[in-house]
Design a binder for this molecule. Structure first.
Ligand code: NAD
Ligand code: TDX
Length: 342
């Protein structure tokens, strides 16, 4: 049986990846290493078979703990992170600790034991793109869509810390021969996403009788992908990707925030204008857009969840049916936003 450590496996995307592994790959044993910050929830992993799954509560920056776990494993898939841009604008420190120092500790352990390492990252490392309406051409030229060769240009402390962690991985690959790969994915949606994030925040606002909140004019574009499509892509990169390479993951899901807001309202039976415009995010990235042709041609990946409306509708159902999962955090999340005028 192959042994895989999934860091951050109690968070949104990490837990979806763990479910994907346990369901689809019978010969894998998963060890989740997770600190259980405000964003981690052990409930996301309930019901997994005990003979194929171990949970370890701990910090990826804990050198001794990481060493003892990595020594016994075949691969590390690194999801753990401080992941929310707005939080990074309030207090960047945890982002430096986890995303940079934590990644460094994992890299050192993987180097020492020659363990396969996959680094889960974000398209935000590339900065942002002009809105399509501002582009003269098809939107696929240099500077019009992200590719694996787009220069790094992060905007927020979060994206800068992720960019820094990617660069550490590239250095460990080149200088130390680390058996590493990197994937940079666009915005995920689906079950188990923390209610601080855009889509679940609006769904749970409506369920609580609070008006949804749109930053600025809502023209900013995000390239949405279902988290299950992300999981399949990470698995392919881990098992079939070329060592040393970076793969972009995205499902041609560009939508502006206003359109997504109106879709949520419609699917939840509300008038399309029943939301508040609130203070914009400082340094707010305008558009993300992914060219995933390398992943598609080299590794044969294709997104399955291509109907965004259907995926969104199922996600809304999940939050309706799992109120006990999010309810206890709602007041604190909204109080923190409202202190900021958001
Ligand atoms: P999340 O905030 O939902 O989960 C992060 C998890 O990491 C939590 O379980 C948390 O407890 C854990 N964690 C945090 N600090 C830790 C530490 N020091 N040691 C151990 N565990 C720690 O995040 P997410 O949205 O699931 O994102 C997961 C990864 O995917 C991140 O690396 C993020 O940059 C990347 N990513 C996210 C998106 C997205 O749309 N959410 C898109 C592309 C890439
Ligand atoms: O209440 C809101 N209203 C709003 O208009 C919130 C919370 C967000 N927004 C906007 C800001 C963004 O344009 O919605 C968009 C999405 O916001 P987030 O959910 O905070 O995601 P984003 O900042 O795009 O980053 C996400 O995708 C890339 C993840 O949080 C990152 O971890 C990932 O790297």
């Amino acid at each position: 049986m192959q042994k895989i450590i999934v860091t951050g496996g109690a968070g949104f995307i990490g837990s979806n990846f763990v479910h994907y592994l346990i369901t689809n790959h019978a010969d894998i044993h998963v060890t989740v290493l997770d600190k259980l910050t405000y964003a981690g929830n052990k409930e996301n992993l309930s019901g997994l078979p005990e003979d194929r799954f171990t949970f370890v509560k701990g910090d990826i920056a804990d050198v001794d703990l990481v060493d003892s776990l990595v020594k016994e494993t075949d691969a590390v898939v690194h999801y753990a992170a401080e992941s929310h841009n707005d939080n990074s604008l309030e207090n960047p420190y945890p982002f430096i600790h986890t995303n940079l120092v934590g990644t460094y500790v994992l890299l050192e352990a993987c180097r020492k034991y020659n363990v396969r390492y996959h680094h889960v990252s974000t398209d935000e490392v590339y900065g942002d793109l002009p809105l399509r309406e501002e582009l003269p051409h098809s939107g696929t030229g240099p500077g019009e869509i992200f590719t694996e060769t787009t220069p790094y240009n992060p905007s927020s402390p979060y994206s800068a810390s992720k960019a820094g962690s990617d660069l550490l991985v590239k250095a460990w690959i080149r200088s130390f021969g680390l058996k590493g790969t990197i994937s940079n994915c666009s915005n995920n949606y689906g079950p188990y996403q923390h209610i601080e994030k855009y889509i679940p925040r609006q769904i749970t606002n409506i369920l609580c009788g609070i008006k949804p909140k749109l930053y600025g004019e809502g023209k900013n574009v995000r390239d949405w992908i279902h988290t299950d499509d992300h999981s399949r892509a990470v698995w392919l990169v881990l098992t079939k990707g070329t060592i040393g390479e970076t793969y972009l993951i995205g499902a041609d899901g560009e939508k502006d925030n206003k359109t997504v807001m109106e879709m949520i309202l419609e699917l939840m039976g509300q008038p399309g204008n029943a939301y508040d415009h609130v203070k914009d995010r400082p340094g707010h990235d305008r558009r993300y857009g992914i060219d995933s042709s390398k992943l598609q041609t080299e590794l044969g990946w294709k997104p399955i969840h291509t109907d965004f409306r259907e995926g969104l509708s199922k996600t809304i159902e999940w939050y309706k049916n799992n109120e006990q999962w999010w309810r206890s955090q709602k007041d604190a999340v909204e109080a923190a936003y409202s202190k900021n005028g958001q």
